[in-house]
Ligand binder design. Structure first.
Ligand code: SF4
Length: 282
């Protein structure tokens, strides 16, 4: 992987598309992703974004935005005003086009510097979205933002491996452990089952979610990958693999089946798709 250090002009991006109803802004501490060659890199919708990749293979590059915290502090007052003028609150999604806790975060600490800046200038809502169990190493820092923060940990299935696909960024077990540790630290934790992959034992899976998170959000690649029909994901190996593991899992009806089971186990704590990401649970 080619790693470069760069500066970003404006680290706070006003959201559009899927995220528009979720938060007013997104923030990417890195461009590219250190997990691009992991399981989630297979279905990652960002890899189809040529503005981000500029012809480079997904998982082959990472730009470290060393001035991300300074850029946040430079623009936060203006962007907060803008968000409120638009009639909403100032919310930040960290992150939608990279993972805030890529392995390289240990060396560069960009996300940590952004979180420290947010302690001085907190958003109204902060969604920390990650696939990495190492998020739990930052419990103390995140705790200082617990009045506004919600930590979303993606656990797409109870299976660690799907045939022919790479290993996940962190094991299922370690992500559940991270969720529990953060919840024990007093943080609001949400498990994002996104995109929903074939679950071997749904009742056991959602019972486990209920024990370590406030809520779950279930999102299928259909409608969840930035296209209404899931056409981005259909260009990848994932749908064939999903069908080979369990027939019918590439249909939206599978999501409804899982939502029904989750709502039996976690009534009032299950979100679906973009509305779930916006904090609507039933
Ligand atoms: S962690 Fe997120 S941004 Fe990175 S490859 Fe996985 S899905 Fe894409």
């Amino acid at each position: 992987m080619r790693i470069t250090e760069t500066s970003v002009k404006r680290v706070l991006t006003r959201t559009s598309g899927y995220l528009r109803g979720v938060t007013s802004h997104s923030l990417q501490p890195y461009r590219g992703c250190g997990f691009g060659n992991a399981l989630c890199g297979e279905y990652c919708y960002v890899k189809h974004n040529t503005y981000v990749t500029r012809g480079r293979a997904w998982g082959s590059f990472l730009e470290v935005r060393t001035n991300a915290a300074a850029s946040y502090l430079e623009s936060v007052v203006r962007e907060r005003k803008w968000a409120r003028r638009e009639g909403g609150e100032f919310g930040v999604f960290l992150s939608s086009a990279t993972d805030p806790f890529v392995p390289q975060e240990k060396k560069y600490g960009v996300t940590q510097s952004v979180l420290r800046a947010m302690i001085d200038e907190p958003p109204d809502t902060l969604i920390v979205q990650t696939h990495a169990a190492t998020v739990a190493n930052h419990a103390e820092l995140l705790s200082q933002l617990k009045a506004c923060a919600r930590v979303h940990i993606t656990i797409e299935s109870d299976r660690d491996r799907l045939p022919g696909l790479p290993a996940p960024a962190s094991s299922v077990e370690s992500r559940f452990d991270a969720a529990r540790a953060l919840r024990d630290a007093g943080l609001t934790v949400v498990i994002t089952v996104s995109p929903l992959l074939p679950i071997e034992n749904p009742r056991a899976f959602f019972t486990r979610c209920a024990g370590c998170a406030e809520a779950v959000i279930i999102d299928h690649f259909i409608g969840g990958d930035g296209t209404e029909t899931g056409s981005r994901t259909r260009r990848t190996r994932l749908p064939d693999v999903m069908e080979s593991v369990e027939a019918g899992t590439t249909e939206l009806a599978y999501r409804e089946e899982m939502v029904a089971i989750a709502r039996e186990i976690m009534p009032g704590r299950v979100g679906v798709g973009a509305r779930g990401f916006a904090g609507e649970f039933a």
